[in-house]
Design a protein around this ligand. Sequence first.
Ligand code: ATP
Ligand code: PRP
Ligand code: MG
Length: 299
Amino acid sequence: MSNTNRLRIAIQKSGRLSKDCQDLLKQIGVKLNLREQRLIAHSTNMPIDVLRVRDDDIPGLVMDGVCDLGIVGENVLVESQAERQNQQQNADVITLSKLDFGFCRLALAWPQELGEQSKDWFEGKRIATTYPEILKQYLKRENISASAVMLTGSVEVAPRAGLADAICDLVSTGATLEANGLMQGETILESNACLIQNPALQDPEKLALIEKLMPRLKGVKQAKESKYIMLHAPKSKLDEVCALLPGTGQPTLLALAGSDEYVALHMVSSETLFWETMEELKALGANSILVMPIEKMME
Ligand SMILES: Nc1ncnc2c1ncn2[C@@H]1O[C@H](COP(=O)(O)OP(=O)(O)OP(=O)(O)O)[C@@H](O)[C@H]1O
Ligand SMILES: O=P(O)(O)OC[C@H]1O[C@H](OP(=O)(O)OP(=O)(O)O)[C@H](O)[C@@H]1O
Ligand SMILES: [Mg+2]
């Protein structure tokens, strides 16, 4: 169990998720005194400590209660849950929220020169991966008998190095696969970063702090997805203008000084406004069309 009365959050020290995690904490109002090599960063404005560790350690730290919260990719979470279940260790966490970063997929890939392959091709093959448990579960589900070769890094060079016939690795744009002459096959798991909590957490003050921070987190997520739209529209075309605006929100109409013909229209939209729609609005006589980012939101 966490032995401090400060809420402990585990995040990745350096890697794909680090910057997004730090940005998110900042956006929800947690001020941190981050010095490069420090394992623990103390918040200067809330009873929160941030532990900066390798991502593989985050699920275990939360499951064992060393940290109260953690931010980690689902790929790492699912793998370590399977690993711990095999060893009859506690593998429970509460997923508080899926976050809007760290999007990737765990997919099979093999040397391009072999061309398209069906699942049967994997029979008897060696597949290099950092996620042997997820891979084994997939092979079992699909009734394929192949072996998993565990590698902690540089998985995509394994076929060329003769360590394996194929790989099962994380893919986002596909550039790494392409650079290594590999062809992408089936996706085994879709993943993004998520916020997890130790289910045994009972400290009422820590739980209250989490409850305070969750609406902020939701607000940051919503704000990122939303836009504030402002434009001037001819009164005679208001219905047509409103029909073109995205989302379901009701617009605010304001009188325009010195004009009987036009009104100002403001609205928060859950989507952005595409150039094509702006052109259609313009064609209806609208002008001064502004689409602006929103920093924070609270319903
Ligand atoms: N190309 C990508 N695009 C988006 N998210 C990714 C990508 N690759 C990985 N991720 C996500 O980011 C997480 C961290 O990736 P990273 O490559 O930094 O891990 P790592 O090398 O294992 O780092 P560590 O040193 O902390 O163990 C992954 O587990 C995955 O959830
Ligand atoms: O499909 P892509 O957009 O090319 O992304 C996929 C790559 O990204 C990740 O590695 P990362 O670059 O984080 O470095 P790592 O090899 O040190 O984990 C992942 O392990 C892949 O190698
Ligand atoms: Mg790692």
